[in-house]
Design a protein around this ligand. Structure first.
Ligand code: CDT
Length: 312
């Protein structure tokens, strides 16, 4: 039986600092309605989808920081998302800032979940590659304080049997790292879903926006092709309180080709029919890891950092 999923990538436009979660969830519900009209089995939302990209703001007061986090999922603000998608029997992917007590201690992660058609959380991922810095940086035009506000994710890169396929997740900066896709590729991943908040300009260089957009796509397209998997990458885009984020949300086939891409920097839904069996050709031929991968030849690395430069 064909395994074709109709997938909606639900880009969000800017969320200003002052916008309430209720207002954001209402915007997301409008995208769910549009996705239902198009027959979507799955709708993919972005990284930290419920709030502005708060790591650009330096905060010292932990109570102020914690207002950007969710202590419950679903919680009072997100319950409507779970209820409406369940009513439509639509699965979804959501990124959010997670505040959780584990073994008597509070932890904060940049987290994403997969929720099945019945509104049950089927998978959770916590961001591993946290970019930026942990103290105020006077050299930057704007801050990127993910290392200050989040712990490194402690769940690895698992995959889940989900919607008749094998699914994996990663978050934003993770998408730039080949290891992210390969670890999931080695587990047979057929669709990687991810969200991103990526500034349109680089606070440390004069890199042009088109170069940044190129890096976004080349990372996801290479990850898709080299692991023969679908990749669905969804942005938060547009100008948040004077800070521009790139758009370019895309659905990418296992060949590495972009099959749908957002055109705006606003709330926008793109939809594609994704045949999970289209992953088979690559997995059974050029990227048949069991037959062709040569890990015994990949050994010039140190255990400590995984990096070893040749002697001068
Ligand atoms: N959210 C996130 O991970 N953004 C980063 C920006 C890197 S610049 C410090 C990204 O890789 O897109």
């Amino acid at each position: 039986m064909a395994r074709v999923l109709t997938v909606g990538a639900a880009q969000l436009g800017p969320i200003q600092k002052a916008e309430s979660r209720t207002s954001v969830v209402n915007r997301m519900l409008a995208l769910v309605e549009a996705a239902n009209d198009k027959g979507c089995d799955l709708i993919v939302f972005t990284e930290l989808s419920l709030t502005t990209f708060f790591p650009r703001w330096y905060m010292e007061d932990q109570a102020e920081v914690d207002q950007w986090f969710e202590a419950e999922m679903p919680g009072p603000d997100t319950q409507a998302l779970f209820d409406t998608t369940r009513q439509y029997q639509m699965a979804f992917h959501l990124g959010y800032a997670e505040l959780i007590e584990e073994e008597g201690e509070l932890h904060r992660y940049n987290t994403a979940i997969l929720v099945d058609r019945d509104g049950q959380i089927a998978g959770k991922y916590r961001k591993v590659h946290l970019p930026g810095h942990d103290e105020f940086d006077t050299e930057r035009d704007f801050q990127h304080l993910e290392k200050r506000y989040f712990e490194v994710g402690n769940l690895g890169f698992p995959v889940w049997r989900f919607l008749d396929g094998i699914f994996g997740m990663c978050i934003c900066n993770d998408r730039r790292w080949p290891e992210t896709y390969r670890v999931m590729g080695l587990q047979g991943v057929e669709m990687v879903v991810l969200g991103y908040n990526t500034p349109s300009t680089n606070s440390q260089s004069d890199e042009a926006p088109h170069v940044r957009a190129f890096h976004n796509l080349i990372s996801m397209q290479a990850g898709a092709y080299q692991n023969s998997t679908w990749v669905v990458g969804v942005a938060k885009a547009g100008c948040e309180d004077g800070h521009d984020l790139m758009g370019g949300s895309a659905i990418i086939a296992p060949t590495g080709e972009v099959v749908a891409q957002c055109r705006t920097l606003d709330d926008e839904l793109i939809v594609a029919d994704c045949d999970l069996d289209a992953t088979k050709f690559g997995k059974e031929t050029i990227f048949d890891f069991a037959r062709h991968r040569r890990i015994e030849h990949y050994g010039l690395i140190t255990e400590r950092t995984g990096v070893e430069l040749p002697p001068e």
